[in-house]
Design a binder for this molecule. Structure first.
Ligand SMILES: [Zn+2]
Length: 472
């Protein structure tokens, strides 16, 4: 790591969050190595990822499991996950009343996040669900667990002051799910600037010996000319207050002014495969949120790629990026998910057990897959960093693209139950996971019908009456 500091382009910041690049960019877009550090947190070497949480927890993982069996260095949380009761006039969301010492973050305590991990707070979940309402000049639409609502930017500032995360994301006036019209684009820069300024003003002072949270400002997913007024302000009056940048789209790298190239770049963009990650790393993104880790876990898929690829590419039969553990072929397999994997799951359990757990809809199945999938992604990023260090990233990236299939495997099995705020409902879509138990009234009718079956009725007759499922 000595080399990291020799060529450092040390950033002068009023904030204790430090981002050191191994060498300054010579081009706008090129892969880069960096280290993000903050007092009392384990430094994060970049490129790396940030674990995306749902209501303050990485899905399927308890806090002790996350601490002991993953290398998660930073966690992203969304304010919309915690303010579901704010719509009622007289109720304060519980998180704002959570007891914490003056020097502690009530949010970190509320979700029991380990001290060593960076805590990031943004307004929306990742990936965000589209909202029917549009933003206004003073608020964005959000989805809470109780339904749609509006988040006033003044309330966001107040929440940040109370919750004290390590890093806070500025609110960008960004549409999710559809493209903005011309009129809207004109407003996006102005609104975002006003909201970022409000956040800077609201966080100015050190409180109770705690420094203000570091601020990552949005770069909007529109052309640089359309947000030039905002970008000028970032370089000028806001330059001492902005500690990093948030991108919704890798292409937005083109819009980053040269004077801000040294800032860490966090992507909230749609990264649905390792290939997309490699493209974005090649263009100079440092930190990622990756929804596909939990999505593959929910689908019962064990990720199975490594960077650099360990096998020579075979164009005719590219390797899959993961294995569907629902496939019956695993039922008698006593090998780990991957023979070269050293994760908790692979060192303790075999494929047949994982498949049994999925079939039994036992939660432990998804827990073990989630541990393995995070481990695969941890190793992927470690490989990427080593490869950039060695100067072989471009060649190894080309080779990786030829070695593996483009898409993650299809989802075949049924995942764990999901709630409304976790997925987009499509018209005429069947319920995602029908409940295992029906209402008693429904069952009563079935009982009446079943009563007319003759004593000689067999299991099939009962099953047809909806009475019970026949054991195979
Ligand atoms: Zn494993």
């Amino acid at each position: 790591m000595a080399a990291l500091h020799n060529h450092s382009s040390l950033r002068q910041s009023s904030h204790p969050l430090l981002f050191v690049l191994q060498k300054s960019n010579t081009r706008q877009d090129e892969p880069r190595l960096g280290r993000l550090s903050l007092l009392n947190r384990v430094p994060m070497d970049t490129p790396h990822y940030v674990a995306a949480s749902s209501r303050g927890a990485v899905p399927h993982l308890s806090q002790d499991m996350m601490r002991e069996n993953t290398n998660i260095r930073a966690m992203y949380t969304a304010l919309e996950d915690f303010i579901e009761k704010a719509s009622h006039q007289d109720q304060t969301p519980p998180i704002f009343n959570f007891p914490a010492a003056p020097h502690e973050s009530p949010l970190r305590k509320f979700i029991a996040l380990q001290k060593s991990a960076l805590l990031i707070l943004g307004p929306r979940r990742i990936p965000p669900l589209p909202c029917p309402a549009s933003s206004t000049d003073s608020a964005i639409s959000i989805v809470t667990s109780l339904g749609f609502g509006m988040l006033e930017y003044t309330d966001y500032v107040e929440a940040i002051q109370k919750l004290r995360p390590d890093i806070v994301l500025g609110i960008g006036d960004v549409l999710f799910g559809h493209k903005p019209g011309v009129k809207r684009i004109d407003k996006m820069g102005d609104r975002t600037l006003a909201w970022v300024k409000e956040l800077v003003d609201g966080m100015k002072d050190e409180e109770n010996g705690m420094p203000r949270p570091a601020l990552f400002a949005p770069i909007l997913p529109i052309e640089a000319e359309r947000q030039s007024y905002y970008l000028d302000a970032l370089q000028d009056e806001l330059v001492d207050s902005v500690d990093g940048l948030v991108l919704y789209d890798t292409a937005s790298i083109d819009a980053i002014p040269k004077t801000l190239w040294h800032l860490p770049r966090l992507s909230l963009g749609e990264m649905n495969s390792p290939h997309k990650l490699l493209d974005a790393i090649a263009r100079g993104i440092d930190i990622f949120t990756i929804p596909f880790i939990t999505e593959t876990t929910d689908a019962g898929i064990a990720l199975g790629f490594s960077f650099p690829a360990t096998k020579a590419p075979d164009v005719d039969t590219p390797l899959p990026l993961g294995v569907d553990m629902w496939a019956p072929t695993h039922a008698k397999c006593l090998s780990p998910l991957r023979s070269d994997c050293l994760c908790y799951t692979c060192t303790n359990h075999h494929q047949a057990f994982i498949q049994h757990l999925l079939n039994a809809k036992e939660m432990l199945g998804w827990v073990l897959l989630q541990l393995h999938n995070h481990h695969i992604v941890d190793n992927f990023f470690a490989g990427v960093r080593q490869s950039i260090q060695n100067g072989s990233f471009e060649d190894e990236r080309t080779s990786f693209e030829k070695t593996y299939t483009v898409e993650l495997p299809e989802k075949t099995g049924q995942g764990p139950r999901v709630r409304g705020y976790q997925y987009k409902s499509e018209k005429s879509e069947q319920r995602k996971n029908p409940p295992a138990y029906r209402s008693l009234d429904d069952r009563k009718e079935k009982l009446v019908e079943a009563a007319v079956l003759s004593p000689s009725a067999d299991a099939n007759d009962f099953e047809q009456q909806g009475f019970a499922e026949k054991a195979e």
